[in-house]
Design a protein around this ligand. Sequence first.
Ligand code: SAM
Ligand code: ZN
Length: 266
Amino acid sequence: MYMQRFESIFQCPVCTSPMKIIELKSVVCDQHHTFDIAKQGYVNFLTRPVHSEYDKALFEARKTVIDSGLYERLHSMIREIIDEEKAPKVLDTGCGEGSHLSHILRDVSGAVGVGIDIAKEGILSAAKYYDDFIWCVGDLANSPFSKESFDIILNILSPANYAEFTRLVKQDGLLIKVVPKSGYLKEIRDIFYTEAYSNEQTVERFKENFRNMETYQLSYKVPLHENLIQPLLQMTPLTWNKIDGANEVHITEITIDLEILVGRKK
Ligand SMILES: C[S@@+](CC[C@H](N)C(=O)[O-])C[C@H]1O[C@@H](n2cnc3c(N)ncnc32)[C@H](O)[C@@H]1O
Ligand SMILES: [Zn+2]
């Protein structure tokens, strides 16, 4: 089993002792805290049930949109940033249904991809579609990984935990955080009257916690096929509780407006 080759990345989320994979069935620590490997191949490391607003329909919609190639330029930009690392171990934090990680690591030779998300529905989908990755349900605030296990930490449109990023990334490793800018998905916000994204505080916090080596801006518009309108509306919290008139929504293009922050440990 793929995961077994990398069991040294795991550390018990209950007692922090090292873990082993036993009989391809469970991940067990020295103190016998045990987490089962689901038949789909992921591991649930949550020590208590967590309710997530992110459900199956949202993750399916995200998968459709990401697989459509809307974020291809983001993926190739990140691929170029991590290009210098040989056979990198990459952790995607708040990976959702795993499509970003899988697209980014396509053709990165020897890469090991690990995704963690607190929403089980996301990880379930990731494990279903993407083999040869390690998928974990878990809370970033209490993660199941040993210190300095990763060359690259990705944090794409998800909440950060800088204490954990600092613990988990190798001394010379990179943190790559993607944050929305004011124009991101603006055609949807225009319809639902939601506020523009402001990322000032997010960027501030990044710089307080990591040495900001480089910041890339990525802004473009993509023509939108009709089939993608529905999934686009479903994939984002922007429209939660507001989607009745979705059939009447006419958008012909969509704006991607992102900032990519690259940092090293202080
Ligand atoms: C807006 S979604 C982005 C998902 C994915 N990165 C993407 O761009 O498609 C934010 C994700 O962060 C996850 N998340 C929020 N808090 C988390 C935590 N404490 N630990 C792990 N994941 C978390 C959510 O479950 C959700 O999947
Ligand atoms: Zn333990």
